[in-house]
Write a protein that binds this ligand. Structure first.
Ligand code: ATP
Ligand code: MG
Length: 510
C-alpha cells in the first residue's frame, strides 16, 4: 500500500535566466493524495509538466514503480498511465465531450463510423457512472459550466487509463460547491487505488483532502509532511518563509460622493436571455462594496457591463464620478474613469505574446509618462516596469520576457499591479486573487484597502466569501441576476449571506 509509485530525484530545470527546479526530490506513495504547495513561481507547474512529458529536465531521474523511466511527451506519459489536468483548460469548445476525450487518439474523424462512436460514448457513459461524474458524452463543451468542463478533463484522464492523476489548481475556477464535490470525488478515487498529485493555493483544501503535503519554495523542496501532523499556519510559514497574517486589519470606511451609480441595469446573454435583471446600486468614494454570489448568477455579466465590454446592455441611469454616461460612450467613459481587474486574466487582462513591460503599459502607452512625440520612451518604461516587478514581487528574469512564460499567479500579479496603478476614481475588481499564493494575496488585499483609504470607490466581485468579508464595507448578494439584499460586512452575517446566496431572500423570517 505504501510503496512509492513515483520518485523524482534531483530534478533540475532551467529556462534562460530562471532556475525553475533546482534539484527537486519528491516521493509519492501509491494511493495517496499528495498536495503540492508553494508560492507563485515556486516551480510546481514546471515540475509536474516534466512528469507529464511537456518539458525534459536538464538533469535528474524519475522512477516509476521503482524503475527509472524517461518521459519524452504526453503520449509517453499517458502510456505509462500518468495523466494531467492543466491550470488553464485545454478543451476544444466547439467539439463534443466524446470528441474532446478521444481527440488525437485516432488519425482522423472520418474513419469513425457510427458503431465506433457508439462504443466511445458507451465507455464514457459507463466511466462517468462508475465515478458519479454525471458527464454526457454528446454534450458540446461550449455549453458546459466550468465545473462540468473540469469533470470532462478528469474523465479524459481516466478514459485513457491513469494510475497517477496530476491536477494543477483544479479548484481555482470552481465555485465552493463544485470544489467540495471535486474533493469528495478525489477521496473516492483514492479509495479505488488511484494516486493523485494536487496543486492548490488553498490551505483548507490541503487540510481537508490530502494525506501528505510537500512544500516547494524557489525551485526547492522545503519539506514533506503528513497532513494530520501539520496546520495551515505552519504550512503558510513553510511556503513563504515568514509568518503570514491571514487576518487583515481594516479601518472603518468614510465614504464620500458616489463614483458609480446605476439604476435598473439589464443585460442579456448571447441567446437573448436576461442574465442581469434590473440591478440598482451605488458605490461611493472610499468604500468597498462586495458582491457575493455563487458564480453563474450574473456577476460576470454585471462586471462586463460596467466595464462597457458587453453589447446587450440597457439601464435607466449610469453615472461615473457624477457624470451621466450613455450606452454609446459607456466603454470609453468606463475606460477613462475606472480601472478593471478582469475575471479571466488570459482572455481579457493581457496580451500573451507581449512582454511583461508592454503588458504593464497596455492602458497608458500614449501618456506622456511613457511616450513623447509619438515615440515610446524605452528607458522610462523599463524602469517603471522594474519598480512594479519589485513592488509586487513578480517572479520574472527580465521585464522584456514574454508574459506567457510567467507562472499563472505571476501573470495575475502583472494585471493587478497595472490596474491598481491607474489610480482610478472607481475600481472594478473581479476575483482579484484567483491563483495567487497566500503571501501575495495578503499584499494584494492590503493594496486594495490602501486604494480605498486613498478615496477610490471599489466594487469587489468574488465567489470567495472569505475575501468578501475581509475587504468589503458592505455586501450585496446577487442571485439569478438580481441583487436580493444588502448587509453590513460583519462576520456575524456569514451564515445569512450564505443562505441568501442560495436564493433565500429573507433568511430572518423563518
Ligand atoms: N516556458 C517557460 N519559459 C521561461 N520561463 C518559464 C517557463 N515556464 C515556467 N517558467 C518560469 O519557471 C518558474 C516556475 O514556474 P511555475 O509555472 O512552475 O510556477 P508555479 O509554482 O506553478 O507558480 P503558480 O502558483 O503561479 O502557478 C517561474 O519563474 C516561471 O516564470
Ligand atoms: Mg502553476
Amino acid at each position: 500500500m505504501n510503496s512509492p509509485i513515483l520518485r523524482m530525484e534531483n530534478i533540475v530545470k532551467t529556462f534562460p535566466g530562471v532556475v525553475a527546479n533546482r534539484g527537486v526530490n519528491l516521493e509519492i506513495r501509491r494511493g495517496e493524495i499528495h498536495a503540492l504547495l508553494g508560492e507563485n513561481g515556486a516551480g510546481k507547474t514546471v515540475l509536474m509538466s516534466i512528469l507529464y512529458g511537456l518539458y525534459v529536465p536538464d538533469s535528474g531521474t524519475i522512477y516509476l514503480n521503482g524503475q527509472p523511466i524517461t518521459i519524452k511527451s504526453p503520449k509517453d506519459a499517458i502510456a505509462k498511465r500518468i495523466g494531467m489536468v492543466h491550470q488553464h483548460f485545454m478543451l476544444e469548445p466547439t467539439l463534443t465531450v466524446a470528441e474532446n476525450i478521444i481527440l488525437g487518439q485516432f488519425p482522423s474523424w472520418t474513419i469513425l463510423n457510427k458503431q465506433r462512436i457508439g462504443e466511445v460514448h458507451e465507455k464514457i457513459r459507463s466511466l462517468s457512472n462508475q465515478f458519479g461524474l454525471g458527464v454526457d458524452p454528446a454534450a458540446r463543451v461550449s455549453r458546459l459550466s466550468v465545473g462540468e468542463q473540469q469533470r470532462v478533463e478528469i474523465l479524459k484522464v481516466l478514459y485513457h487509463g491513469a494510475d497517477l492523476l496530476i491536477l494543477d489548481e483544479p479548484t481555482a475556477v470552481l465555485t465552493p460547491q463544485e470544489a467540495s464535490r471535486l474533493l469528495e470525488f478525489l477521496r473516492d478515487l483514492a479509495k479505488k487505488g488511484l494516486t493523485t498529485i494536487f496543486i492548490t493555493h488553498k490551505l483548507d483544501e490541503v487540510m481537508q483532502v490530502s494525506d501528505r503535503v510537500t512544500v516547494l519554495r524557489d525551485g526547492q523542496v522545503i519539506g514533506t509532511c503528513e497532513t494530520r501532523e501539520t496546520n495551515p499556519r505552519a504550512l503558510a510559514k513553510m511556503m513563504v518563509g515568514r509568518e503570514v497574517l491571514m487576518d487583515l486589519h481594516r479601518k472603518l470606511a468614510s465614504p464620500g460622493e458616489p463614483v458609480l451609480a446605476i439604476s435598473n441595469l439589464r443585460v442579456r446573454d448571447a441567446r437573448g436571455l436576461p442574465v442581469v435583471k434590473g440591478v440598482s446600486f451605488t458605490v461611493r468614494a472610499g468604500e468597498i462594496v462586495g458582491v457575493a454570489g455563487v458564480s453563474g448568477n450574473g456577476q460576470s455579466e454585471l462586471a462586463l457591463a460596467i466595464a462597457g465590454l458587453i453589447d446587450d446592455v440597457a439601464f435607466d441611469r449610469f453615472q461615473l464620478e457624477g457624470k451621466d454616461v450613455t450606452r454609446r460612450d459607456l466603454r470609453a467613459a468606463s475606460h477613462r474613469h475606472s480601472a478593471h481587474i478582469p475575471e479571466d486574466r488570459q482572455k481579457m487582462g493581457m496580451v500573451l505574446p507581449f512582454s511583461v513591460s508592454e503588458n504593464f503599459i497596455l492602458e497608458e502607452y500614449s501618456s506622456p509618462r511613457f511616450a513623447r512625440h509619438g515615440f515610446l520612451r524605452g528607458q522610462a518604461i523599463r524602469s517603471y516596469s522594474q519598480n512594479q516587478v519589485k513592488k509586487f514581487d513578480i517572479k520574472v528574469s527580465d521585464v522584456s520576457e514574454e508574459i506567457a512564460n510567467l507562472s499563472g499567479g505571476n501573470q495575475q500579479k502583472v494585471v493587478v499591479a497595472r490596474e491598481l496603478d491607474r489610480h482610478p476614481g472607481f475600481l472594478l475588481v473581479n476575483q482579484p486573487t484567483r491563483g495567487i499564493d497566500i503571501g501575495a494575496t495578503e499584499f494584494v488585499h492590503q493594496q486594495i484597502l490602501a486604494q480605498r483609504d486613498g478615496g477610490t470607490g471599489i466594487l469587489l466581485i468574488s465567489t470567495d466569501l472569505e475575501e468578501i468579508f475581509a475587504l468589503s464595507d458592505r455586501i450585496l448578494v446577487i442571485f439569478e441576476g438580481e441583487i436580493i439584499g444588502e448587509l453590513p460586512s460583519d462576520r456575524s452575517q456569514v451564515e445569512k449571506v450564505g443562505l441568501m446566496m442560495a436564493g433565500k431572500r429573507d433568511p430572518d423570517r423563518e
